[in-house]
Design a protein around this ligand. Structure first.
Ligand SMILES: [Zn+2]
Ligand SMILES: [Zn+2]
Length: 263
């Protein structure tokens, strides 16, 4: 059993087939992660349609400039939907700076507030902004925020800082890339009970599909690589990462993935 904790499922035109292929590759649960209001609504719809799909609501740092009070109220109201298991993806992306830093920081802080108020974990996206994210999480430590650093790209020391702040570390296909030695070191050394796996599909397909369109079925390549790095079995990594995801996201009752309509 595998769980893909981060897929932009609403971006797959052929969702039904994508889910079928995931099912045949032992994926039992997929979290459909949202990046704006529109994708939040679509993710909820997918989660309400297919068993085994859960979802998040949130505004990606790229879209942070669009955030206002009305939008936040709408997020809060969508977050009460039954199959919403997290707030995000939020965070800071200083690589593209599609939204100015001030907007990203304000939006991130607002997402933290919402996640704490609703007692839902956060899904955090970070690009070239580790220090600022750590500072903001430290500042708010007393508010007991929790969640996951998704598609982690840092080194072992950085991973340990996030774990210390109460966060899980999620590895994507990047862990299979040739130049990712520092990341593999983190995947090898952090406590196994803090590891999650994801695809971030349709982006970042793992080797041997690098550069192609990614999909949840490929999360097994991430699990395989982590098993290899840690010198353990695929089954053990599958089992532990699935149980870690259950601990963080508390899926009320995991139903098997299938394309039949949920009731
Ligand atoms: Zn992201
Ligand atoms: Zn994403």
């Amino acid at each position: 059993m595998l769980i893909d904790t981060h897929a932009h499922l609403e971006m797959s035109g052929d969702v039904r087939e994508v889910i079928e292929r995931a099912t045949s590759n032992s994926v039992v649960t997929i979290i459909a992660v949202s990046s704006d209001l529109d994708s939040s609504r679509k993710s909820i719809e997918l989660a309400n349609t297919f068993p085994g799909i859960y979802c998040t609501v949130g505004i990606h740092p790229h879209e942070a400039a669009s955030i206002n009070e009305e939008l936040c109220n709408e997020l809060v109201s969508l977050a009460s939907e039954r199959r919403v298991v997290a707030i995000g993806e939020t965070g800071l992306d200083y690589h593209y700076l599609n939204s100015p830093r001030e907007n990203q920081i304000a939006s991130f802080k607002r997402h933290i507030e919402i996640s704490v108020n609703l007692d839902l974990p956060l899904i955090i996206h970070i690009r070239e902004a580790f220090e600022d994210v750590i500072d903001i999480l430290r500042e708010r430590r007393s508010s007991s925020s929790r969640g996951v650093i998704h598609c982690f790209t840092g080194d072992y020391e950085t991973a340990e800082e996030f774990i210390e702040l109460g966060f899980y570390i999620s590895f994507s296909g990047i862990v299979t890339f040739k130049n990712a030695e520092g990341l593999r070191e983190a995947a090898k050394r952090i406590p196994v009970d803090k590891i999650l796996i994801e695809t971030d599909s349709p982006y970042l397909a793992p080797v041997p599909f690098r550069g192609k369109r990614n999909e949840p079925a490929y999360v097994k390549y991430v699990a395989e690589k982590i098993a290899e790095i840690r010198g353990t079995s695929f089954d053990e990594i599958a089992q532990i990462t699935t149980s870690n995801a259950n601990n963080l996201f508390k899926f009320n009752n995991i139903s098997s993935l299938s394309t039949s309509k949920a009731n």
